[in-house]
Design a binder for this molecule. Structure first.
Ligand code: GLC
Length: 456
């Protein structure tokens, strides 16, 4: 049994992680707050001394809108990008409210739901994980955007993204960035074996076993099995790589207890317990704890999102810079590689009192120019093919072009307004299957629970 030398840390990765676990805090700079407050005071004082209606004083300034998003950052933060919008025009002023990072998916979701359910128009604009689009649309919290972005305008995005942003025929989210799971591997270690990046799980197991038993690598394959959203992402790719699925696109037919899924979850279990190529620690790891031993030079393979690419290449952060390759995740014999579709998209609050301003802001945020900034400054893969084709993206993030098919072909997690309940069932039943080894029984239980949820 391999135990990692790097214990899962709760310390946030300050420099890079878009999936870290640091605290959220508001991003409104203090000086701006003071400036705005004093302006407002001056405005109302002037208004009352001149006996002007206050509404006129307010109407003269920019329309203020609030924008809530999970925390992402690289060379720049979302607050920086929102500030560029504020500087670029004077009609709208965005106040940014930072939520927890995307790896704390449940917490981000909870905070957004609490705000949106009040139906008071706050926040005017939000970003939503791809898995909440159906729920927010069904609850009528997300404004349908078709009248602002017609089908011609939407032709400039990857069709799969437009589909993911559409619920029951209405566009209720505007594409921001796409992410997908991928396989990071050590080029130098595989070269020692004269091996290429593994295409099947058997090849991965074989290479990991050889390299760990010869002492060339401490650990084999790292992934994420913490009882959290990322476990469902990993699950989707294992099941998909065996030709199976969790829930049919009809949103009703549950396939989690069928043979391809059972075999896939058995493999997840066996990687840890039978083949022993994944350390037991994966059971408590989400993105960052699994990433650290890999960029620390202790493992051959890692499943993770695209943010790892930049971290791995950065010498101050990684002891394996220039030694890391990226490939599609492996598959079962005769089947195809599969990746879980991730990423966040923009939503406009259906109750926003500043609808036009909110639309102006999301239009700018999703524009080719801003998507290019997100790709170059924050490492977020564009949802516009024209931006992905920009040579600057090729230079800065070469793997994005190389893995274009992985991004474009990624498989969505179950698409249903009940997703928050479905994911909790999956997280707990799969965790139990991995620790007890009772794969069939746990998947049968998952099927029964999910059927009840989606039938309600
Ligand atoms: C990434 C994905 C997101 C997913 C999350 C899980 O941030 O973009 O879709 O839910 O990871 O941790």
């Amino acid at each position: 049994m391999h135990k990692t030398a790097v214990p899962p840390s709760t310390e946030p990765d300050k420099d890079h992680s878009i999936n870290d676990s640091s605290d959220s805090h508001s991003q409104i700079p203090r000086r701006d707050f003071i400036k705005r407050t004093s302006l407002a005071l001056a405005g109302s004082a002037a208004a009352s001394s001149m006996l002007l209606p206050t509404r006129r004083a307010v109407a003269a300034g920019p329309t203020e809108i609030t924008f809530a998003s999970a925390k992402f950052f690289g060379k720049q933060t979302i607050a920086d990008i929102a500030e560029s919008y504020n500087k670029a025009q004077d009609k709208v002023r965005v106040m940014y409210k930072e939520l927890p990072p995307p790896s704390s998916s449940t917490e981000v979701h909870q905070q957004l739901v609490q705000q949106l359910a009040r139906r008071n128009g706050e926040p005017d604009v939000f970003t939503q994980d791809i898995i909440w689009i159906a729920e927010f649309a069904d609850a009528k919290w997300a404004l349908p955007l078709d009248e602002y972005f017609n089908s011609d305008a939407m032709k400039d995005y990857f069709p799969g993204m437009v589909q993911a942003c559409t619920w029951q025929g209405k566009l209720t989210a505007l594409p921001w960035f796409v992410d997908s799971g991928m396989l990071y591997y050590r080029k130098d270690l595989l070269a020692d074996l004269n091996a290429r990046a593994p295409e099947t799980w058997d090849e991965l197991i074989d290479a990991a076993k050889q390299l760990t038993s010869s002492g060339k690598s401490k650990l084999g394959f790292l992934w994420q099995a913490k009882q959290a959203e990322v476990l469902v992402c990993d699950l989707v790719s294992f099941i998909g790589s065996n030709g199976g699925s969790i829930l049919e696109p009809d949103g009703k037919t549950v396939r989690i207890a069928e043979e391809p899924a059972v075999e896939a979850v058995q493999l997840m279990h066996d990687l840890i317990r039978k083949y022993k190529v994944s350390p037991e620690d994966v059971l408590s790891w989400d993105e960052e704890p699994s990433r650290r031993p890999f960029t620390g030079g202790d493992a051959v393979f890692l499943r993770n999102w695209s943010y790892v690419w930049k971290v791995a290449q950065n010498e101050s952060e990684s002891s394996v810079a220039n030694k890391v390759g990226v490939a599609p995740l492996p598959h079962f014999p005769g089947k195809k590689s599969a990746a879980a579709l991730g990423g966040y998209q923009y939503g406009v609050n259906a109750h926003s009192k500043n609808r036009e301003a909110a639309i102006d802001f999301v239009r700018w945020m999703s524009s080719p120019e801003t998507q290019l900034q997100f790709a170059l400054q924050l490492g977020l893969c564009p949802t516009r093919p024209s931006v992905l084709a920009d040579p600057k993206v090729g230079q800065e993030q070469p793997f994005m072009r190389q893995l274009k098919d992985v991004f474009v072909g990624a498989i969505p997690r179950p698409v249903t307004p009940k997703y928050p309940q479905v994911t909790l069932v999956l997280q707990s039943q799969i965790s139990r299957a991995l620790t007890t080894g009772e794969v069939k029984a746990e998947l049968a239980a998952a099927k029964a629970k999910i059927q009840t949820i989606v039938a309600a």
